[in-house]
Design a protein around this ligand. Structure first.
Ligand SMILES: Cc1ncc(C[n+]2csc(CCOP(=O)(O)OP(=O)(O)O)c2C)c(N)n1
Length: 345
């Protein structure tokens, strides 16, 4: 497997400054706080469902930190809250997606450069390649960052996407968060050959496997992949090896397929704690900084929760308003029947 990309521009390869390392920590702390709270919100009935990312903060924050939102575009799954936060998306608007409103969330994908969240496993990988090829056709400099999981990598769509992207030299970074599980199925039961990055060679694409719990390593790998794409060399596969510490979603009970001991042993060291130790070791932060970062995260979560609660429910009729740009007789008919049954009019 290729472990380096020859086209990396030297200027892009500068190590992260202390200020950037601290920024990464603040982002990860904000994401950790919001993620943990979102599970509680579901239990409290504030949102009906949520897909947590506990343990994947380094993979998400590190990769999204390499994006240039002036020209690139990210294509998430349902688990990329940390990506949204790192990209500066309005988090009340983003989290409203988990309120299951009819229009699927209130952030503006075009303005934020983050596509709508995608529940169809591997669906957004094709969207990312299509967008990336569009950049080539219109001679734009953007790179698509396509997020998906180890489970999704077994879908036919991903093979089609990688092959097409390689043939057309589409500027797309395929970013796999290998979090060990596809709901209850462990990686070794779903990924033949043991590595998603290893498959890249079959498409003539460079593939890198990176420690997904090390935010700096993830950032550097993604940055190098972006430079490779931007230089016209086509796609790159980055596989971040991480671990989903909690349930697949708030509807999942991981105790049915793994023990807490397994979880403790397999998950390894907490990515947030790892960055904290690194910051202390290089003298880039002190205890006062960590305390302030956690307090800021707590306040931020409170503001987002208040914003979500203030949104209230959406009118049921919107279910029919966002299907097509122009309505159809069949849709009108359904809307009338729905009103008769639900609103008794
Ligand atoms: C096309 C499709 N098939 C099946 C499902 C049901 N499903 C939802 S999540 C999931 C597992 C995905 O695992 P992975 O890609 O590893 O991502 P993770 O949830 O671990 O982040 C499955 C099978 C779906 N949503 N879409």
């Amino acid at each position: 497997m290729d472990s380096f990309l020859p086209a990396v521009a030297a200027a892009d390869a500068a190590p992260l400054a202390s200020e950037q390392l601290r920024e990464l920590y603040s982002l990860m702390a904000a994401v950790r706080y919001l993620d943990t709270s979102a599970v509680a919100w579901q239990r409290q009935g504030i949102i009906p469902g949520y897909a947590p990312e506990l343990g994947q903060e380094a993979a998400q924050v590190g990769s999204a930190y390499a994006l240039d939102t002036a020209r690139d575009f990210a294509f998430p799954t349902y688990r990329e809250m940390g990506v949204a936060r790192t990209m500066g998306v309005d988090m009340v608007a983003y989290m409203s997606t988990h309120k299951a409103t009819w229009h699927g969330g209130m952030y503006d994908p075009l303005a934020s450069r983050l596509a709508p969240i995608q529940a169809v496993v591997a669906g957004s990988v094709l969207h990312a390649v299509g967008w990336a090829h569009g950049q080539t056709l219109s001679e734009e400099p953007g790179v698509a960052l396509s997020y998906f999981g180890d489970g999704a990598s077994s879908q036919g769509d991903v093979h089609e996407a990688m092959n097409f992207a390689a043939v057309m030299k589409a500027p797309v970074v395929f970013f796999i968060q290998n979090n060990g599980w596809a709901i209850s199925v462990p990686t070794e039961r779903q990924v033949a050959g043991g590595s998603v990055a290893g498959r890249a060679a079959g498409y003539g694409i460079p593939g890198i496997q990176v420690d997904g719990n090390d935010v700096v390593a993830v950032y550097e790998a993604t940055r190098d992949a972006f430079a490779h794409c931007r230089a016209g060399n086509g796609p790159v596969v980055v596989e971040a090896m991480t671990y989903r510490r909690g349930p697949h979603s708030t509807a999942d009970d991981p105790g049915r397929y793994r023990s807490l001991d397994d979880e403790r042993i397999d998950a390894g060291k907490d990515p947030l704690e790892r960055l904290r130790e690194r910051l202390l070791a290089v003298g880039a932060a002190d205890e006062a900084f960590f305390a302030a970062a956690h307090e800021a995260a707590r306040i931020e979560e409170e503001l987002i929760r208040t914003g979500i609660e203030a949104l209230g429910p959406r009118p049921g009729t919107e279910m029919f308003d966002f299907v097509f740009q122009e309505t159809t007789p069949a849709l009108e008919n359904q809307a009338t029947r729905w009103r008769e049954e639900s609103e008794h009019v």
